[in-house]
Design a protein around this ligand. Structure first.
Ligand code: RET
Length: 320
């Protein structure tokens, strides 16, 4: 190509791990792509945090959940770009295509660690938007964790039994999809047109994308049909859509939705009547809807200790 390739992560970290050498593995181009996705995730993470600072602390729930998702993804993508976070696994199927010919395929288990942390957060984002009760959210997350772990174990198994794990994972995904497209959708529809629109936008994106993940798995870790570089692109595009794009849509759609309408009653010291009452002699006039700067000063620990005697029904406006 006429220029010196500077990404030497693969030669640096090598393909030999746990006593085996992955001969079906990413090339420097795959590594470049992983690093590029890492960069996008990082920029998205700081953007979501930046946006959160424009809101009062008690309105930042969706910013924080979504920022956590992309921070975790950024680190997973850093690992994969660096040719780390994988183990060589003997491929069940030997292919003649030179791109996937070989004995040991590079299996990135770090992907599943990422998903184990981030998919419950994405489901929380969605199901809180739909105003679902927490026991339902809890159980759907448990099923989600079964899905991710069966995918991981299946990817690490080299015999045909890997498809058994895959099948468990697919059942779990069917259950999750049912909850999103049926139960949560119906619940969101009752909460108003703007909540409904927020849920439909993000929920349908999720339902569509999540179904593509097992297809990618079948072609990559499962069937060894497409190369690790193509695997990087396939999962990479899915992850970009499912995390930063999903997150931006979610945060945008939530801009005018009061969390109380979703059944979320979040209190902040600045808007807590009892605390304001105690403090108001000090003349500290922070209002709950200010930009959040200076909140750190106003939530001194002495304020946090609520004086039982003052816990009467007196309502003093937060912005006295
Ligand atoms: C696996 C294999 C086992 C069967 C199924 C899977 C589904 C995975 C999904 C992953 C979603 C990941 C997301 C990541 C965040 O960005 C584990 C591939 C059904 C749906 C959304």
């Amino acid at each position: 190509m006429g220029f010196e390739r500077r990404n030497s992560a693969i030669s640096y970290n090598g393909n030999t791990v746990n006593g085996a050498t992955a001969d079906i593995s990413i090339t420097p181009r795959g590594s470049d792509w992983y690093f590029a996705v890492c960069a996008v995730m990082t920029v998205a993470a700081f953007s979501f945090i930046g946006l959160s600072l424009r809101r009062p602390r008690r309105d930042r729930l969706f910013h924080y959940i979504t920022a956590a998702v992309v921070f975790v993804a950024a680190i997973a993508y850093f690992s994969m770009g660096s040719n780390l976070g994988f183990t060589p696994i003997a491929a069940e199927y030997s292919r003649s295509n030179p791109k996937v010919r070989g004995t040991f395929r590079e299996i990135f288990y770090v992907r599943y660690i990422d998903w184990f942390i981030t998919t419950p957060l994405l489901l929380t984002d969605l199901m809180l938007t739909a105003g679902m009760p927490w026991p339902t959210i809890f159980f759907v997350i448990m099923v989600d964790e079964i899905m991710i772990i069966t995918g991981l174990v299946g990817a690490l198994v080299q015999s045909v039994y890997k498809w058994g794990y895959f099948a468990f994972g697919c059942f779990a995904l069917i259950y999750i999809t049912y909850h999103l497209v049926w139960e949560s959708r119906r619940n969101a529809a009752r909460l108003g047109t703007d909540v409904n629109r927020a849920f439909l936008t993000c929920g349908s994106l999720t339902a569509f994308l999540w179904i593509l993940y097992p297809i990618a798995w079948g072609l990559c870790e499962g069937g060894n049909v497409i190369s690790p570089d193509s695997e990087a692109v396939f999962y990479g595009i899915l992850d970009l859509l499912a995390k930063p794009v999903f997150g931006a849509l979610l945060i945008w759609n939530h801009r005018n939705i009061d969390l109380a309408r979703l059944g979320l009653h979040i209190r902040d010291y600045d808007s807590d009547d009892m605390v304001v009452e105690k403090r108001h002699g000090v003349g500290n006039g922070h209002d709950g809807v200010s930009n959040g700067h200076g909140n750190a000063v106003s939530n001194g620990h002495s304020d946090g200790v609520v004086n039982e005697q003052s816990a009467g029904p007196t309502h003093i406006p937060a912005n006295v």
